[in-house]
Write a protein that binds this ligand. Structure first.
Ligand code: SAM
Length: 344
């Protein structure tokens, strides 16, 4: 079959990658993502069924999307996720099927996920210290996350990634420990700058540990660090330590990468978003449940993408002085603005 040419947006970026949030629920309450006591959840009847997700994913792959990542909320809270994984793994055009998880439920599900055809796993791990984990996430589950990471290895997955949001005053002293831990479990560690996305109502510029600072700390410990030269639309810039270890840095706050962003996001209730910072999106659930044909869905998605001009992280950076993107009242009025609804 001839390779598909995906639609290209107004800044010349192809539509190649889709993040599918399968639930807005989470079993952690990380201070950088879900710091509030109470949340407004998506109505259950609005959540896309597995068949609806498959239908939409297949429209996207028909347009040339070849990377699909399942996220949330915490995706492993969605009942029978392995069934969805199996359906997507068999969907023509899905070349890379990945999962981002906090790892708490991984040990019990990883075998089924692997059997169902999941290709890759990314686990969020911000600290190696159980007490810090408890303070940061307001849940006591550090041991289960570590068990989950171990289980990914045992299940035979390759390409395990560990994502750590680094915040000043919280875990910036763990960069080296996390790199060493990653070596021990054959994982690529990726450090994420604290972002002022929806949901991050406690965000402030002084808590951001910049890519430059992270590189400085790592250079002090390991010696000269070389950028890995590669053509990639992946969010992480990769670097090689003198011993050959490769790490990533996702520097959306200080060094945004909007110019190569080929990602869009589907919320669990079918809102299609063109940017992590987008204030609105296209309601694909309404189209789907209203009986739209495959051609009509294809037209809606192509039209949305070709009109795309979003460069949210760059625009945030251009502001200069900035605070949280949104306040709690706005997030309560529209939970689609929350990071845990749109998927990280
Ligand atoms: N529950 C899953 C997990 O923990 O990986 C998937 C959803 S979570 C929203 C996806 C990613 O977004 C996680 O790696 C999380 O650390 C990241 N994230 C959430 N809020 C963030 C923020 N304010 N700045 C940077 N990364 C953030």
């Amino acid at each position: 079959m001839a390779e598909r040419r995906p639609p290209v947006d107004m800044l010349g970026r192809p539509l190649k990658s889709l993040r599918v949030s399968v639930t807005d629920r989470c079993n952690l309450r990380c201070s950088y993502c879900m710091p509030e006591e109470e949340y407004v959840w998506l109505p259950r009847e609005d959540l896309l069924t597995f068949e609806e997700i498959r239908e939409l994913v297949s429209v996207f792959t028909g347009l040339g999307v070849d990377k699909v990542r399942l996220t949330g909320g915490e995706p492993l809270l969605r009942r029978d996720l392995a069934t969805l994984v199996g359906m997507l793994a068999r969907t023509p055009g899905v070349a890379d099927l990945a999962l981002t998880t906090n790892g708490i439920l991984l040990a019990e599900q990883v075998g089924a996920l692997r059997d169902a055809g999941l290709h890759r796993v990314t686990v969020s791990l911000d600290t190696l210290r159980p007490d810090r984990f408890r303070t940061l996430t307001r849940r006591d589950a550090h041991g289960r996350v570590l068990e989950g990471i171990e289980a990914v290895r045992r299940a035979g997955f390759e390409g395990l990634k560990l994502d750590s949001v680094i915040m000043r005053g919280t875990n910036e002293d763990e960069l080296v420990d996390l790199v060493e831990f990653g070596k021990g479990v054959a994982a690529e560690v990726r450090f994420i700058e604290y972002m002022d996305v929806g949901g991050a109502t406690l965000w402030s510029a002084d808590k951001v540990v910049s890519r430059a600072e992270m590189l400085e700390t790592l250079t002090r410990r390991y010696g000269p660090i070389q950028p890995v030269v590669e053509v990639s639309s992946a969010p992480a810039e990769r670097f090689r330590l003198p011993d050959g270890t490769v790490i990533g840095i996702i520097a959306s706050t200080t060094t945004p990468f909007c110019r190569t962003c080929d990602r869009s996001r589907l919320t669990a209730d079918g809102l299609w978003l063109l940017c992590l910072y987008a204030q609105s999106g296209t309601d694909l659930r309404r189209l789907l449940r209203g009986g739209a044909s495959r051609d009509e869905l294809t037209t809606a998605i192509t039209g949305g993408w070709t009109a795309r001009r979003d460069r949210g992280a760059e625009e945030r950076k251009e502001l200069g002085i900035r605070g949280p993107l949104l306040q709690i009242e706005g997030l309560r009025r529209d939970p689609h603005l929350e990071m845990h609804t749109r998927g990280g």
